[in-house]
Design a protein around this ligand. Structure first.
Ligand SMILES: Nc1ncnc2c1ncn2[C@@H]1O[C@H](COP(=O)(O)OP(=O)(O)OP(=O)(O)O)[C@@H](O)[C@H]1O
Length: 280
């Protein structure tokens, strides 16, 4: 099996779809998402005026503690979750103005890798039949690679094609999820805590794979994580979220070595073996 992941970008690789290349893949301005608190019945802002921009091919992280609004932000920003206010452009198209049909056509361009790979796969489908289903839905988009070669790109043996999700390890199942995303040749991959549910021993491999996928396909990556070490190993830019707001943004190297906000310093200090404790 190949040592390095190399993904040729075939002609007409979706790069000719909406929006010129220099446009950001995702532009979020003043996004607000309100939810009703299940206990008190009160409306609250899970996302409260967030703005961010993800350039083509860039890896961007949203980091913050549990409940800070990361997933709500990512779902709303990609048109998969509710939005109460603000402006979103996905691949140069304003989400507010897109018809459902147009949004559906845009959908393959954004692929999401979730925390629980087994939960994301249909338990009744083998890997092969799951891929066949995707190919049936998007025949032209998915014709660029066959199943065995696709699995090889994520360093899985073609022998796994006839397995069902319960016959895969967590790491293998997450690689299958990444392969399914890759098959669509997306311009944006959203990875929501992609390694949180995995054994520590395979987390690094999956992160390495995500890095390689971004580098070799040119897809932008929006990663959601509470784990700063994960973010630092994969992403170029980070937005630190707290209680629905972005409190600090910047290049990972800057934010993690010289955090400007007290909350970022607290997150960093809470990391095991934090070196930056001594800095401030
Ligand atoms: N559909 C919903 N209805 C009501 N409240 C919700 C809903 N979805 C999320 N919330 C609440 O919104 C807040 C933000 O949740 P969200 O899942 O976006 O946070 P998160 O940072 O992704 O957390 P985690 O890391 O635990 O997934 C939380 O208080 C959560 O309980």
């Amino acid at each position: 099996m190949a040592d390095t992941l190399s993904i040729e970008v075939p002609a007409g690789n979706g790069r000719d779809l909406p929006g010129p290349v220099e446009q950001p893949v995702l532009l979020v301005e003043g996004l607000v998402v309100e939810h009703r608190d299940g206990t008190t019945g009160r409306i609250f802002r899970a996302v409260d005026g967030v703005s961010l921009r993800v350039a083509a091919g860039e890896s961007t992280a949203i980091v913050g503690e549990s409940g800070s609004g990361k997933t709500t932000l990512a779902m709303a920003a990609t048109g998969l979750g509710p939005r109460s206010g603000g402006h979103i452009e996905l691949l140069g198209r304003s989400l507010e103005r897109l018809s459902r049909r147009a949004l559906r056509r845009l959908r393959p361009e954004v692929q999401i890798v979730f925390q629980d790979p087994h939960g994301s796969l249909d338990a009744r489908q083998s890997v092969r039949s799951g891929l066949r289903e995707l190919r049936r839905l998007q025949p032209e988009r998915t014709a660029w690679i066959d199943d065995a070669a696709l699995l090889e790109r994520v360093r899985l043996s073609a022998d796994l094609l006839d397995r069902y999700p319960h016959q895969l390890s967590g790491g293998q199942a997450q690689r299958v999820c990444i392969a399914r995303a890759l098959l669509m040749r997306p311009r944006l991959i959203v990875a929501d805590e992609p390694t949180s549910g995995l054994d520590v021993s395979v987390q690094a491999d999956v992160l390495k794979l995500l890095r390689e996928v971004r580098q070799t396909t040119g897809a932008a990556l929006l990663m959601i994580s509470h784990d700063l070490a994960v973010v630092r190993s994969v992403c170029q830019t980070v937005h630190v979220m707290r209680r629905g707001r972005v409190v600090e943004s910047g290049p990972c190297e800057t934010v993690f070595t010289d955090p400007a906000h007290e909350y970022t310093r607290e997150l960093l200090a809470a990391m095991p073996g934090a070196r930056w404790r001594a800095r401030r």
